[in-house]
Design a binder for this molecule. Structure first.
Ligand SMILES: *[C@@H]1O[C@H](CO)[C@@H](O)[C@H](O)[C@H]1NC(C)=O
Length: 145
């Protein structure tokens, strides 16, 4: 019975979590050591703060709208760091000049206001719409107090 109740609470809390985003690059991005501005929005849902999008395409930053467990991911060429505030939480690289794909992802327990972004360390991130070669996405798995 205890197991059933905890499973039910988990299902209810997952159903209540409505924070998700996916943004892609409409064209290649060549700035160095700066936030990649994923400008082509596929999903941008924030039921925690309905007036604020979860992801801001003008800054390239996702700001956690509530305490919770989140899954975030970046995929695309070439050499990238997945950033939590000013810290690297995951990296992806193929260390060459070809358009090979790399990806990095993380599961994080975030406090409201923490910032997730993708920093281009070196090279060019290949982008194009509607093909969406490169994407930055994430969602809240479950809220925490
Ligand atoms: C979020 O977490 C922080 C730090 O653990 C806590 O101080 C704050 O009260 C929490 N906020 C909510 C809305 O639960």
């Amino acid at each position: 019975m205890k197991d059933f109740t905890s499973r039910l609470l988990l299902i209810l809390s997952v159903a209540a979590a409505q924070v998700s985003f996916m943004a892609c690059l409409s064209k290649s991005f060549v700035e160095r050591d700066d936030a990649i501005l994923f400008d082509d929005i596929v999903t941008n849902q924030n039921d925690e703060q309905a007036d604020e999008p979860a992801y801001n395409p003008t800054t390239g930053r996702f700001i956690a709208p509530a305490n919770g467990t989140y899954r975030v991911e970046n995929s695309g060429p070439l050499f990238v760091h997945l950033m939590r505030n000013e810290d690297i939480v995951a990296s992806g690289t193929n260390h060459d000049d070809k358009f090979e794909t790399t990806s990095c992802n993380a599961v994080l327990i975030l406090k409201k206001g923490e910032i997730i972004w993708v920093r281009l360390k070196h090279g060019i991130v290949f982008g194009g719409s509607p093909s969406h070669y490169s994407a930055f996405s994430g969602f809240m798995l479950a809220p925490t107090s």
